[in-house]
Design a protein around this ligand. Structure first.
Ligand SMILES: [Zn+2]
Length: 152
């Protein structure tokens, strides 16, 4: 998330260059502190299967907080800002869907790589490539509220 000048958090977009810089430095994309344990990645089942993320690695605790606090993730019917409300400079890699997945998958990986992909509408955006999966946590919506699946 980005900090707006007024201090409120901007959950809509992740600043690509900053996220890439933090990731290369081994730091969390949310709190910018070093990631010393596993790196957590948040996305839909497709991202977990492909092993490629448009959002940067973060601490497991920060990923949990993002699931709870980010209005895009926490409430099923919340809509991500589109069109003119999307801050300039935020872009989605080509082929990455903005649609909210039915299920959020948190991949816990031992290390990760970074890369660049062509962005929709030109330019490039960073992508983040988790290393070997140490664990996978799944979160689903029940009555419109996000809860962790514990039966697997
Ligand atoms: Zn963190």
């Amino acid at each position: 998330m980005n900090e707006r000048p007024d201090g409120t958090a901007d959950y809509v977009s992740i600043d690509g260059p900053t996220a890439l810089f933090l990731a290369i430095k081994g730091r969390c994309g949310l709190c910018a502190e070093p990631i010393v344990d596993v790196a957590a990645f948040l996305g839909g089942p497709g991202a977990a299967e492909a092993g490629a993320y448009s959002d940067p690695p973060m601490h497991e605790g920060c990923a949990e907080a993002a699931l709870k606090l980010c209005p895009h993730m926490a409430r099923q019917h919340a809509r991500r800002a589109t069109g003119s409300r999307v801050p300039e400079g935020s872009a989605v890699p080509e082929g990455f869907s903005e649609a909210k997945p039915e299920e959020w998958v948190m991949v816990l990986a031992a290390g990760y790589g970074t890369g660049l992909m062509p962005a929709e509408g030109g330019g490039t955006v960073p992508i983040f490539l988790p290393g070997s999966y140490e664990g996978v946590r799944r979160f689903v919506y029940e009555d419109g509220v996000l809860i962790e699946k514990t039966d697997s």
